[in-house]
Design a protein around this ligand. Structure first.
Ligand code: SAH
Length: 474
């Protein structure tokens, strides 16, 4: 169907902020998703794709701007895929995140649940991220102002974020509010240095160009890690740039580079070449009880750590408090990553067993236990859908509490089945996707009652919401 034949709706009121960052309207019982609108806007919508039960549209004209709108603070809003809810006040963002959970539990889950506790706001709403990944591109996204320039005055190289759905287009970022300084200063300095040198930026279609990626990570404890990814060996140039970065930013505690000659951008399978400092950064996490010992976590170049470290503590503390440990429990921590939750709870229980399928994350989990002198943890690397079985339970013991923190697609059916076989007294379900969480809980509802629901906002200005649920055995 050509776009011309697709419907055009006039004077439609936006009714919801929506689940995937796209606002929602309803026209003749048809749900229409429209990005960059907020509830209360009245718009004309050009439908750009149509499915059976919903369509995707674009707001062509605004007849009325909602009272809920606020002025986005970032100049890249509307083009960058990063913070799509910036046009809603933070208070309204929280309200709609909370509503998302209510909607999913009611519509998908269809199980009874107690009043949802007020969502925990993030301590910081900007500069809260500890990790950003930038891409160099020789075909940066051009806006109307750029297009107006004569060809020879237009800079086609850029360093920034991918434009959503356009894998070969990168938005050159002037300022990003996500990470504290000197994150912007580092990116801009690297950009200017490489442009002045006339070095080529990568092209993901032809796979030509020298400069590929820039990763910046930091910790609350004050460490900074910078990783520069080049497309091929060029010792002289690599040395010039790495020396420049090291001299300009003495606060970097881990300076690394990678030569990635593959066609894809993944660096997890690449050699990390340390230029200066340590091969990792260290994060510090408060203890969940007063007077408890703070924990340290070692974060390597490809290790996972919650990207909002200010709020990570409150997320883990919520899970800890809901579990209400007495001290003698056996705990399973499913999807344990680098063992953050496992180590956070271990000092307050008999034993904690972490399972995760990325072997290097399990290596980190072991290091993290050692680093904190925690001796009552064990870890297994493997796919939970296969690893968690009767034999595993015989070997490790039947847990009193299971904490589970799966990725966005939720738990595998087999994992849910096994939890129902194991029948722990409590299941604490930490989720970054309330839709799959609702689906999984629905499968458990005959044996488990939902006794607490605590949403936590890890990602201000985005539609993402984290939710912690306590399931108690009936
Ligand atoms: N609880 C951790 C990380 C949770 S992220 C923390 O807070 O830091 C979810 C984790 O699940 C990721 O580390 C991912 O590698 C792991 N994972 C995804 N699918 C899995 C599977 N089928 N089996 C085991 N682990 C899996």
């Amino acid at each position: 169907m050509s776009r011309r034949q697709l419907p055009f709706f006039e004077n439609v009121t936006i009714i919801d902020a929506g689940a995937e960052g796209k606002a929602v309207a309803r026209v003749n019982d048809m749900v229409v998703f429209v990005p960059f609108c907020v509830p209360g806007d009245i718009v004309d919508i050009q439908v750009i794709s149509k499915r059976k039960s919903y369509c995707e549209g674009k707001a062509i004209k605004f007849h009325h701007y909602s009272e809920l709108r606020v002025e986005p603070f970032c100049e890249h809003f509307g083009t960058c895929g990063g913070c799509r809810w910036q046009n809603l006040s933070y208070e309204q963002q929280l309200k709609y995140k909370q509503k998302q959970i209510d909607d999913h539990f009611t519509r998908i889950g269809k199980f009874p649940f107690p009043p949802i506790k007020p969502i925990l706001a993030s301590p910081l709403t900007t500069g809260y991220r500890n990790k950003l990944e930038y891409t160099f591109s020789d075909r940066r996204w051009l806006n109307a102002d750029d297009m107006a320039l004569p060809d020879d005055e237009r800079q086609s190289n850029g360093l920034g974020f991918h434009i959503p759905t356009l894998f070969d287009r990168v938005l050159d970022i002037k300022h990003c509010y996500h990470q504290p300084e000197p994150s912007n200063a580092i990116r801009l300095a690297v950009r200017d240095f490489t442009l002045q040198k006339g070095w080529s930026f990568y092209n993901p279609r032809s796979h030509e160009g020298f400069m590929r990626n820039l990763l910046i990570r930091n910790t609350l404890a004050g460490d900074w890690m910078v990783i520069v990814v080049f497309a091929y060996e060029a010792p002289e140039e690599v040395s010039q740039l790495m020396t420049f970065i090291a001299d300009s930013f003495p606060q970097i505690t881990s300076l690394i580079y990678v030569i990635n000659t593959k066609q894809n951008d993944t660096i997890t399978d690449q050699e990390m070449r340390l230029w200066k400092g340590l091969p990792y950064i260290t994060e510090v996490l408060e203890a969940p009880v007063e007077g408890g010992r703070k924990l340290q976590f070692r974060i390597g170049p490809v290790s996972f750590y919650q990207t909002n470290p200010h709020q990570a503590y409150y997320l883990y503390k919520t899970a800890f408090d809901l579990a209400d440990f007495k001290g003698d429990e056996l705990v399973y921590d499913l999807y344990c990553g680098t063992g953050t939750i496992t180590n956070f709870v271990a000092p307050y229980v008999k034993k904690a067993v972490g399972v995760e399928y990325v072997p290097s994350a399990i290596d980190d989990a072991h290091i993290n236990s050692e680093l904190n002198n925690i001796e009552n943890t064990v870890y297994y690397a493997g796919d939970l859908a296969k690893v968690l079985n009767a034999e595993f339970v015989i070997q490790n013991g039947r847990p009193d509490v299971i904490i589970t923190d799966p990725p966005r697609n939720g738990m595998h059916e087999n994992v849910v089945k096994q939890i129902l076989e194991i029948e722990p007294q409590k299941v604490v379900y930490v989720s970054c996707n309330p839709a799959t969480q609702a689906r999984d809980i629905a499968l458990m509802i005959e044996k488990y009652e939902v006794t607490a629901v605590q949403p936590v906002d890890m990602f201000p200005h985005t539609h993402h919401v984290e939710n912690v649920v306590l399931l108690t055995k009936r």
